[in-house]
Structure formats: C-alpha cells, structure tokens
Design a protein around this ligand. Structure first.
Ligand code: ZN
Length: 880
C-alpha cells in the first residue's frame, strides 16, 4: 500500500469485530507464474458487536480478485465492492459461507509479507498484516478461526507441502502435481497462518511430553544445510522440557515443524505448529557459527516454541497489545537462557541491550509505551520497547510476586484465557488475582513511555549510626506525553563495609534480623530510607541485578567504583561498577588535549581482573569489554562522535599497552582445550582469548600478529576463526587484513550465512569499512538487495556499528544511508524503515552532525511515493 497520508490508528477506537469467522478452508494452487487462492469462510455476526447492520469488511492488499460467492451464489457487480485494500459486501445474512478466489504473484513479492518465494521455495510471513496479501480476510488478531489448508503444486519441484496443524490427507493430481491437506484444530488469528512448499530435506526427531504423548519433531532445510540442524533440534527439545518443568505447559499438536528460509524480514515466526526461521537464526555448525550465534539460536528456538502458549493459545486482542505476547515470551526465553548458561552473564547481556538501544529508543522521536496508544504502521512497533522493556516489566512482576505466586498467576492467565485474544491488562489482572497483590500503580509501566531516572543521594551520621538514602524518581517527557506520574519501581540494593563485607539493612523501627540485601519499592516521587546500626559509612550497591529498567544517578567516586568492581557480591553490579568507571574515564577524555593522561588506576583494576583466579571466567570475559561507542553516545548530551571514538581508542590503547604481558598470558592460558564445547566455561575461555587478541593487535603487537594468523588458519571453530579475522581487520596490519579477508571468503563463499559474517566484519570496522569500501561491498557478487540479511550485514552494520565512519563529519555516511533507504523503500518497506533508525536520533548529536542527519532525513521525506512504514518513522523524527 502506498499513500502520502497514512492514517493513524488509535487504541481508544478499538471495537469488537462485527463478524466472526469459525472456519477457514483454503486451497492453494501454486504455479511458477502465480498462485490461485480459493478461500471459503464460515462467517456469523458477532453477538457482542453493537453494529448489527455493519457491512462485511475484509482486508486485502495487492490481490487480484477473481470471484466472490455467498452461500454458493456468485455475487454480481453492485453486490460487493473491491476497494483494492478491502472487499466490502454491504448486505449479508446472520450466518453464511463466503467463497473468494484471488490470484497473487508470490514470485514478484519483494516485500516478503504474505506468500513469497525464497531460493525457489514458497513460504509465508503473515504477522502482523501479511495474510491480507494472500486473500481477503478480517485480518485482525481478535478474529480466531480453525483453518483447513490444501496445497497443490508440482511434485518434483515442491515435494514438501506444509501448513499449520496435523496432516490429514494427501494424494496425486494430474500433470505431475500432488496435494497435501492440513488441519489445525486450534482456533487462531490469521497472522499465525503459514505455508511452505519446496524441495527440502527433512530431519526427524521425537519428543515425549510430560503426559506421555509422542510428538514428531521435524526440521526442513535446503539440502546444503542438512548438517546444520542438530543444535536447533536439541535446543527445541530442551525448550519443550523446560516449558513443562517451569510453566507446566505441554505441547498440543502431534507434530512440530521448523523450516529455515534465507529471505526473511524478521528473526523467526511462531506460526502454529510450523515455525519459520530466518536461516541465520536456526542453522549452525561448529565450523560456521560463532558461540554468540549458537546462543542466539537457542534463545530464538525457545522463544518461538514458548509462543505456542504465550501468543498462540492466548493471543493479542489488537496490535497495541503486542507486548502481551512478546514481553512475556522474551521474559520466558531469558529465564530459559539463564537456566541453560550463566544467569549473571545473561543479565548483563540483556541490560546492555536495554541500556544501549532501548533507552535510546525511549529518548528518541519514536518513543512509545510498552502498550502504545497509536500507530500508523504496526510493523514499526516491533521494537525494543515492546520486546525488551516489555520483558523487563514482566520480570518486575515476577520479582514483586516471587516464583511461586508468579507461577500461580501464569497458570491462571493460561487457564482463564485459553483460546482467547486478550490485553496486557488481562495479564496483569491474572497476576493480581492469583497473588492478591495490587498492581494498580504498576500498570503505568505499560502506559507511560520514557526511561525513569532514579536519583540517589545519601548521608551518614556517625553519632547515631544512621545512613539516610534519599531516592527521587522522574520520568522524562516523550512525544505526546508530559507530566508523568511516579511509577512502581522495585529497587534492589545492598550496603558494603570498608572490608568488603555486606552490612545488615535494618530500616528504622524494624526489629528482628536484618537482611543483607533488600528490594525497596518506590512508588512516590521521593522516598527517604533510614538504615540504622551502621558503625561506618557504607558504600551503596544500587539497583542490583538491574532490578528495574531505569537510569540510576548517584555521585560515585572512582574509589567507590574500584571498590565495588572487586568486592560487590552481586555479579551484575560488579560488572556495572567496572562499566561506570570506564565510562567515567573515557568521558573525561572526550575532547581533552592529547596530552591528557588516562586514569592509571584503570590499568590496575583491569590487571587485578585478569589475575583474579577466583572470578567466574564468564563474568571476567564480560568485565573486560569496554563500554561500546553506541552506549557512550547514548549517555552523552550532545554527542561528538569523533571525540568519543578517539577517547575510547586512547583508553583501549593505554590499557593494552599497560597490560601487554597479562593479555599475552590470558591469551595463552585460555588456549583451546581439546574438542570444541559449548559450555559456559569454554565460551568464556574463547571470549577472553579473543578479547586479549583484539587488544594486542590494536596496539600493533608483532607477537600477537603471528598468533592471530596462526589462530585464523588453524581454528577448528568459527568463534576463533572469526575472532582472529576481526582482530586482523581492526588492526593496522593492512596487508594481513586483506589476505585474511580473501582467504576467508574463498573458504566460505558457498555458505551465505558465513558470507554475511564476512560482510559485517568489514562493514562494522573503521579500518576496513570506510564509505568507498562499503560501496564496493554493495557491488560484490555475493551481495543481494532482495535478501534482508545481506542488507543488514552491510548497510545495517555500517550505520549501527561503524559509528566513526557512519558519522563522518562530511555527512557522506548519512547521505549514503538515505540513498539506500530510498532504494529499498520501493522493494521492502519494512527493512527500509528499520534502516532509518540511526538517523532518527539526530537531536542527540553535536550541531555539526545533527544538521546533516536532519537533511538526510528530509531527503528521504521528499522522495516520491514513500511507503507508510518509512513515512511514519521519518515524519515523527522530523516533527517539532
Ligand atoms: Zn516473539
């Protein structure tokens, strides 16, 4: 749909559907030049709708209508209206069958919404509003129907024909064609519909559920990927078991299928019984996938599987409730990942993403509540706020209620709403009803956008032994929202004595034994907490385990941060103290003269880290990572990217010089130990080793160069091979960089996923990814504009990770991005709208940058025929 005046849709205007669909019978005739879709809908008026005389309204998009019949009689002109984006039948009985035949062209579908072709196979993506590109339908999640789907296609080209549910029939047809019929007994919204037809190999396994039912598990992939399925299959079985153990959720169909598709806008899709995955989020082998990719795959397989209950059995009433399924399911998958690996490291990763990217979103022009009140294009709301902040909100409920009550609440939610389309409010109410807790004020987390700021000040009175903490919260204004109310914030903290021991937290007036850690519940603008019985001034450890998605302001001294970095019993805060210290040191150098020295205690702190034999290696690996440029920019008032980049480089260089021997010892001490393993310990060792290598190459160390080349050649896994490649690419050894890149490409050129890594290593490097080189990558034969992963690995990586080059003061990076967005907007508006994101934050940057970012946005705005997706992002970003 193209329009210059997209409509805004408001939550407040929600109305129940005028018609309900009980049964959908679909017949797909698939051909090379298109597909004919026969749809038979069993429809009745919704008794809950006030509009008793409403016409039947069905959404449509890019469909060629061939015929419409009502109860078997063809409708003539005047009896229906084909508006292009809708089919309207003004006069219908109370109950009826509607038959619609449409013709579509999947082979020309570059938007990758609805039915399209990827590498010769047919596949679908219907969330959020793709089903209307397949046939006319009331395409809204609160219309739930049972689907029966018959697929017909040429047997030799498309031997595998899949849809949702269980297979119930199949057979041969004329002209070498065949068919398979699928029936899904669970009512579902159209966004969960899926179809796949292709020449795919099948990997089989089984799972026995807690009640003893045997489930067929199948993965379908292109033959070349047959060896890359084992890990995902195993992750699926772990997820199924975990959901039974932790949430009491058993799988319901007889078969569960996963299909890998190369061209996919998103990561993966939870279609009932037939999950479709972006290849990069499901296929993995030791030789081709990094540790991070394995972990991501495990999390995404789990996420999509968990949706079977949190999303499919209980779904969203409307798209404003998207976080109902996404926030809850991200929380569930993060619990799962924490259980499978290191909980502290998982928490650090989640908080890093939130603080770097979601806080930025919350402070930008697209800021919206976890439950938005309006949108133009729902595809633009698959955001970090809906997913990650939404998960944090569920996490806070979990922490406020405790394990047991939270489980009672989730049981009640699933039992009360099974088969329904509901709201975030229904979710919170189930939690309240099960636990008896009042979450009235807590609901503001769903309604108010913006990241709360919690400012803490303290005083210690030696004579009385009282330590007084004053905690104030405020929530910044966001577009369309000012003067916000205080929120209910669980604020976990501890106090440490000078010897590093935790001190008892006895609030004034309390008796009994005082805990060593507690969660203060903030509900007012300001609270004052008095802790008594303290014989020394404590060092506060605030917001332990990142107990709420807020910014904490407290005037920590560097001494205190150094102290917490080595003594805080909370692993997350130990890491956080190191980050705060590094941020403080880097910020003090931004724009400082070259002679300005780096804080020498930082080297000592990192040295103690590297020499700490007690410390969990996975935590050490995280603690050694300097805060990213993106995070430093997020923290800055008026970001001067070049100065931030320079300051960070200086600190990195200073640390690497000062710790050269310790880094070398770390590298050698963490050498490979036998066969490749995916345990948290082995992952931590590889991370430490590759971090050390990267730092040493950063300072041009010759011995490290030799080690990097050796590691690059001899690695038995992608983590180490790519670690060495990345270190070389980001070094000043230009010749070695070129050789390594060539060798890597030669070795993996027939594996699209590894080629994507190869693109992104270059595009995200300020050494190898300056604009002329980026343009060369776009001209590379392996680059493909129609493949979202390729676009992300070059254009996306350049704009989001290669910040010094993207923010080139001459504005060329912005112009480049604007050019690519305009180009992609015609073929794939969803991807185009996502690529715009780095420009939308133009107000955040120093004037020299922001002016040029704004003009790049204006250039996109002025393009003729802008998609609704890009229109919304650009216009909101430029609005006053
Ligand atoms: Zn999801």
């Amino acid at each position: 749909m193209r329009t210059n005046q997209p409509q805004t849709i408001y939550l407040s205007e929600y109305k129940v559907p005028a018609y309900l669909v009980d049964q959908v019978d679909l017949r797909f005739e698939l051909f090379e030049d298109g597909a004919r879709v026969h749809s038979t809908l069993t429809v009745r008026r919704n008794p809950d709708s006030a509009e008793s005389a409403a016409p039947l309204f069905l959404h449509g998009d890019s469909l060629q209508l061939e015929s419409v019949s009502l109860n078997g009689s063809p409708l003539g002109t005047g009896e229906f209206e084909d508006r292009g984006d809708a089919l309207v039948v003004p006069s219908v009985p109370e109950e009826f069958e509607l038959q619609v035949v449409t013709w579509i062209e999947p082979q020309n579908n570059t938007r990758l919404e609805g039915l399209y072709k990827s590498s010769g196979m047919f596949c679908t993506q219907c969330e959020a509003e793709g089903f209307r590109c397949i046939t006319f339908y009331p395409d809204r999640p609160d219309v739930m129907a049972c689907f029966r789907t018959r697929i017909e296609a040429d047997k030799s080209a498309y031997p595998v024909l899949l849809s949702n549910g269980n297979p119930v029939d199949n057979g041969e047809l004329e002209n070498g064609r065949h068919f398979v019929t699928w029936e899904d007994p669970f009512p579902k919204p159209a966004y969960l519909f899926a179809l796949v037809a292709g020449d795919l190999v099948e990997k089989k396994d089984t799972f026995t559920t807690c009640s003893g039912r045997n489930i067929d598990l199948r993965m379908y992939v292109e033959p070349r990927n047959a060896k890359k399925c084992d890990f995902a299959m195993d992750a699926l079985k772990r997820s199924m078991r975990w959901d039974e153990d932790v949430y009491g959720r058993e799988y319901d169909l007889d078969i569960f299928m996963i299909v890998a598709v190369d061209d996919f806008n998103m990561g993966a899709m939870e279609n009932k019984g037939l999950n479709i995955f972006n290849s990069s989020c499901v296929l993995a082998s030791q030789e081709t996938a990094t540790d991070a990719a394995f972990q991501r795959i495990e999390a995404i397989v789990a996420h999509e599987y968990f949706h079977n209950w949190s999303g499919n059995r209980v779904t969203c009433r409307d798209w404003f409730q998207l976080s109902l399924k996404e926030g809850f399911t991200v929380f569930r998958d993060s619990q799962f990942s924490a259980d499978m690996g290191s909980p502290t490291v998982k928490r650090i990763e989640d908080a890093t993403l939130l603080r770097t990217a979601q806080f930025a979103e919350d402070a930008g022009p697209m800021a919206h509540p976890v439950r938005p009140a309006s949108y133009m294009e729902i595809s633009n709301f698959y955001t970090l706020t809906i997913y990650e902040k939404g998960a944090e909100v569920v996490r806070m409920i979990h922490n406020l209620l405790g394990d047991e009550m939270f489980r009672k609440g989730s049981d009640l939610y699933f039992q009360r709403h099974d088969g329904q389309a509901v709201t975030t409010d229904d979710f919170v109410r189930a939690m309240e009803d099960a636990s008896g807790r009042d979450l009235g004020q807590f609901r503001l987390w769903y309604e108010q956008a913006g990241t709360p700021v919690v400012s803490v000040s303290d005083e210690y009175d030696e004579s009385s032994g009282i330590y007084r903490l004053t905690v104030r919260q405020s929530i910044p204004d966001t577009p369309g929202q000012t003067g916000k109310k205080p929120q209910h914030i669980p604020f976990a903290l501890g106090l440490l004595g000078a010897d590093g021991q935790p001190l008892p937290l006895k609030l004034s007036g309390e008796s009994g034994e005082a805990p060593l850690e507690r969660v203060l519940e903030l509900s007012q603008e300001e609270h004052c907490f008095e802790f008594e019985g303290l014989s020394e001034r404590p060092v506060p450890s605030l917001l332990r385990d990142f107990s709420a998605p807020v910014r904490v302001h407290y005037p920590w001294t560097r001494e205190q941060l150094l102290f917490l970095m080595s003594h805080d019993p909370d692993g997350f805060n130990r890491w956080d103290a190191g980050q705060r210290l590094a941020v403080d040191v880097i910020q003090s150098l931004v724009g400082a003269p070259e002679s300005a020295g780096v804080e020498p205690r930082l080297v000592d702190a990192y040295r103690s880290l590297l020499q700490d034999s007690e410390l969990d290696q996975a935590l050490m690996a995280k603690m050694l990572q300097l805060p990213s440029e993106a995070y430093l920019i997020e923290l800055a008032e008026q970001a001067d990217v070049a100065a931030i980049h320079q300051a960070r480089e200086n600190v990195l260089g200073y640390l690497a010089e000062g710790l050269r021997d310790e880094l070398m010892a770390c590298y050698r001490g963490n050498a490979g130990q036998g066969d490749y393993q995916l345990t948290p310990e082995a992952i931590a060792r590889r991370s430490l080793r590759n971090t050390a290598l990267g730092w040493l190459l950063h300072i041009g160390d010759q011995e490290a160069l030799a080690l990097a080349k050796e590691q690059f050649r001899g690695a038995d896994n992608m983590t180490d091979r790519l670690g060495a490649l990345r270190a070389l690419v980001n070094s000043d050894f230009a010749e070695d960089r070129t050789q390594a890149l060539e060798a890597f490409y030669k070795r993996f050129s027939d594996d699209p996923q590894v080629v994507e890594l190869w693109f992104s290593v270059q595009a995200s490097s300020d050494r190898a990814g300056q604009l002329p080189q980026i343009r060369q990558l776009l001209d590379h034969p392996a680059f493909d504009w129609k493949n979202p992963n390729k676009v992300r690995s070059v254009v996306g990586a350049f704009a989001a990770q290669n910040l010094a080059a993207f923010h080139n003061p001459d504005g060329s990076g912005y112009e480049f991005l604007a050019e690519q967005v305009c180009r992609l907007d015609d073929s794939n508006p969803q991807i185009a709208a996502r690529l715009v994101a780095p420009l939308t934050r133009w107000r955040k940057f120093a004037p020299g940058y922001s002016k040029q970012m704004k003009s790049a946005l204006e250039r996109i705005r002025d393009k003729a025929e802008l998609s609704r997706d890009v229109y919304e992002v650009v216009h909101k970003s430029l609005a006053d």
